[in-house]
Design a protein around this ligand. Structure first.
Ligand code: ZN
Length: 150
């Protein structure tokens, strides 16, 4: 982590790292997937209660760097109650935020996920920030294999 992420943004990320939201098992989960980012050693399990097309509940477990944990925490907050289509759209917007010119990122769509905009400056960290999202996608597709950022 670097102060180059910006003090306010860094504070939000560190807060979610210290006190991750929606952290823990979800016994009622209808979908679950594990993800692994070998570059950093981040591991995450994402559990989803899917009712029809709606993500009624989303939780995660795992261990990893501050960015991977904060990203998983904020992802769960952002996705509860959303449809699968909205979740996919948000993932696309988040991915653009991390990999393309920030001008193409819509803050109205991203909400507080914009705190990850500074990650763009650290390409190796992009995989940390997107691990939970890739894992969520694997869970929704009911993939049996472990998701990887590779
Ligand atoms: Zn990481």
């Amino acid at each position: 982590m670097s102060t180059e992420l910006g003090d306010l943004y860094q504070e939000v990320i560190l807060d979610h790292n210290r006190r991750p939201r929606n952290f823990g098992d979800l016994p009622a989960a209808s979908r679950r997937a594990e993800g692994h980012n070998p570059l950093c050693g981040d591991r995450v399990t994402v559990s989803v209660v899917l009712e029809g097309d709606i993500l009624k509940d989303v939780r995660f477990q795992g261990s990893g760097c501050a960015i991977s944990k904060a990203s998983a925490s904020m992802m769960t907050e952002s996705l509860k109650g959303r449809s699968r289509t909205e979740a996919e759209d948000l993932f696309q917007a988040f991915h653009r935020l991390l990999t393309e010119d920030g001008a193409s990122a819509d803050p109205n769509v991203l909400g507080k996920l914009v705190v990850f905009s500074g990650v763009r400056e650290f390409p190796v960290r992009v995989k940390c920030a997107t691990l939970a999202w890739h894992t969520l996608r694997a869970a929704l597709e009911n993939a049996r294999d472990i998701a990887t950022t590779e």
